[in-house]
Each structure stands twice: as structure tokens, then as C-alpha cells.
Design a protein around this ligand. Sequence first.
Ligand code: UDX
Length: 474
Amino acid sequence: METSIPASEAPITDHPKMTVIGTGYLGATHAVCMAVLGFDVLGVDVDEKKIALLAAGTVPFFEPGLDEQLRAALASGRLRFTTDFDEAARFGDVHFICVGTPQAEGSHAADMRYVDSAFTEIASRIDRKALLVGKSTVPIGTASRLTELVQSVSPIGSELELAWNPEFLREGFAVKDTMHPDRLVFGVASSWAQRQLEAAFRPILDEDTPSVVTDLATAELVKVAANSFLATKISYINAMAEVCEATGADVNLLATALSYDSRIGGRFLKPGLGFGGGCLPKDIRAFVYRAEELGVGQAVGFLKEVDKINQRRRVRTVDLIRELADGDLAGKKIAALGAAFKPNSDDVRDAPALDVARFLYLEGATVMVYDPEANENAHRAYPDLNYVDSMREALEGADVVALLTEWDEFRIADPAEIGELVAHRRIVDGRHALDADAYRADGWVYRALGRPTDPQTVALHEDARDDAEAPLHR
Ligand code: UDX
């Protein structure tokens, strides 16, 4: 798809040298994957510790498969790391900016300090034709503001061009999503920028990956619109779970039935404790904030409701756990299985699991948290909870078990075996990840949000479920 953009005669670099500024989750993955795809890449960060770890072949966070790719990229000689912006400006033909845009303190707006600083630092040193490419998730209008900023600080002025290339990678699938994305979006202000970006993504485009060329504002909007849609889908099914709770209906059966409609589909329709992480929650809030600034707040007002539905899931999960703990959490021992915002990640940013554990603690429960990868980050965020090194230790003597992040280790646990460890066989399945029948057959009281509790209804629904199992996946 084409957009009308000014033509330009400036030559492009066929095999551009790249810098990746900001080596957090997004940047480190992008730098590694681009080097694996055959480009010369320089990763840049202000954090010396992070740069030293990456240069030594260690990924500073948990991401399946990334360690191996990092080591392969370093061994190829195509990937290096530095904290020196002068070196970066000399090296790069294309500079990708991948720094974070966290939620600003005390506000729903995005904190743009890191983005502004990264663009200024690199632009003020660039003295030959180059392309700056923003990948961070930003409020609409940022790229146009940054274009003015970088051209005013760069020695080459308006010769320095800016493009926007949003990133859609999911934690846990970062390598796959970067090397084989569903689509590429190139937000550009000139045909030179478009051709230069196409050269930078040639190996991915050659796989027939769809690409959409847009203006800068549309490229910024694609990212927040996609994340808002996904968040809305999750909150939609969780809102249906609330209706199920009031009517005795089963949200799992409902989701399965909906998923067979190809217009709806089963992805991101998994009910439970809701969404968390470093993207979905803060992106929908920043979107609402920016839309209100632009005078179109009404258009996305529904996202406030999406956020509220999502927050209620955490409170309702605590209600269920309290119900199973005979109505009072004070002094009860609760096994909290999971802390990360989703499995295969050690990220605890806005993690529903950790919020639930914290609420339980505030009501006087003794909470034993175990996550296969996220204990350390969780401990840093909430040092008051008890963290243990194994599922077994978390379960020992528990009055109620709460499954909060659906790691495989928890899904495949044998209900009879773990039943021997707990004080009472009571479990809240916060992620609809367990086989309710198997648990009930082994004498567990099994509860999940939006699923009936009455034994007769349960029996009826379980029979129907056996006939209608469709995969609901992410
Ligand atoms: C998300 C987007 O998917 C990705 O495209 C974007 O680039 C960054 O934000 P990520 O934050 O890694 O990726 O996680 P995602 O897999 O989207 O899950 C987000 C949250 O939603 C998790 O807490 C997950 O448990 C929850 N979720 C997901 C559900 O509750 N139900 C679902 O059906 C799917």
C-alpha cells in the first residue's frame, strides 16, 4: 500500500549499518535479530552494566531463545555494544531508537524523557545523511515534533530524516516476532526514507511479509490501536465472565462457542485474571490521555471501561480466594503460583499475579510466592511477600492454592500428588489453565472466575465441555 510522499534523489545505502539505541527488551532483541539477519549492528545504551552483560553474551532478562541468538550474533562479528554516542553517530546509516515510554509518575500520560533524550543525543552528533527510526510506542504527534527537534540540533539540519516503524513483538516470542513479523509498518515523510527502510528490512520483506507504508502519524497510531484492540478483546470476554457469574453460565464454554465464529476468532479471548505487562495497560491509558488532549477523548472513552474491567478481575480473584479461605484471609497460608504478567517471561510490570498476592498480604494472609523465572524481579517490586524456590515449598501446608500465571510447570502438576502437600485441597484457577474435572476427581474444591460452582451445573457443563473443546490461545 502506498501513500503520497515527496520524491527524493538522495542515494540509499543497500546494506545499511545500524545502531539500536536503547537495549532493553525491544532494543536488545532488535539488535540481535538484525545482526543474525546479516547486518552490522551497534547496540547503544547509557546503562554501562547492561552493555557489559550484552557484550559478554548474557541477556539481562528472560526471553526464550534470545541468549543463543545473542551468542551467535556476537560470534559472527556483526554485533557490538557501546555507551559512546559519538561512535554510534559515526557508525550508523540507520539509527533505531528503542527506549522505553513508561507511564509518567502520577499521570496516565507517557513519560517521554527517554525518547526525547535519545533522539537529541544521537541527532546532535550526526553530520552525514542518515535515517532516524523510532520504534518506541509514543503518543500520536511525537514523530512530527521530534522531526523538528532533531533537525534543529543536527549539524546537517533537514538532511537528517525521521521515520516511524512500530514494533509488535510479544514477550516470550520476541525472536520469532522480530524475525518473522505478521507485518511491517513504515511511517515515512519521503520516498528516500521509505527506500532506506526497505533496505534495512530486506531479508524480512523477501519472505513476503506484508508491509504498509504510511505517514508518520498513522504509523504511531497503528501500534496503540492494535494494543487497544487486544486489550478490549480480553476485557470483553472478562466482562462476559462477570455476567456468567451472575447467571450460572460458563465463560469457558461461551468463549469456545464464540471462537468458532471466524469473524471473532479464539485468539486473545482467554478469560481469567486479565492483562498486565509493560505495554497493554499503560498504552491504553496513554492513548486515552492523548486523545483527550486532541479533543477526541469521547472516541476512546470505552478504553477507560476496558481498564476498569481488567482491574476488577484482580479484586474478584481475591474475593474467590477469600471465599475458599472460609471468608477470612487473616492468618491463612496461600500458595501464590506465578508472579510474572504471563508465562515464559520474568516481567512483573503491572502483573495481575503480583497484585493479587499483594492484596492477599494486605488482608493478613501469609503469601508464599513461587514463579519459575520472576521471583527476583517480584522480590525487588514487593519485598514484603515470601518468595520460595519451588512449587513444592509454596504448596506445603497451604490453605488455598491460587494459580496466577499459567506456567507449564503448574499446568502439568498432578492434582493427587500436590494434594498431599497442601493443608486443604482448595484451588482458584486464575487463568482457566487447569483441568477442573481432574482436580475435582481428586477431591479438590476448584473455582475459576466465570465458571459455575453448583455441583449439578458443574457436571452438566463439564459434559458439554468435553464435546466442545476448541483451542483458545494467545
Ligand atoms: C503485547 C502485544 O501482544 C504486542 O503485540 C505488543 O508489541 C506489546 O504488548 P505482551 O505485553 O508481550 O505483548 O503480552 P501479550 O501476549 O499481549 O499478553 C498481555 C497480557 O494479556 C498478559 O498479561 C496475558 O496474560 C493477558 N492475556 C492475553 C489474557 O488475559 N487473555 C488472552 O486471551 C491473551
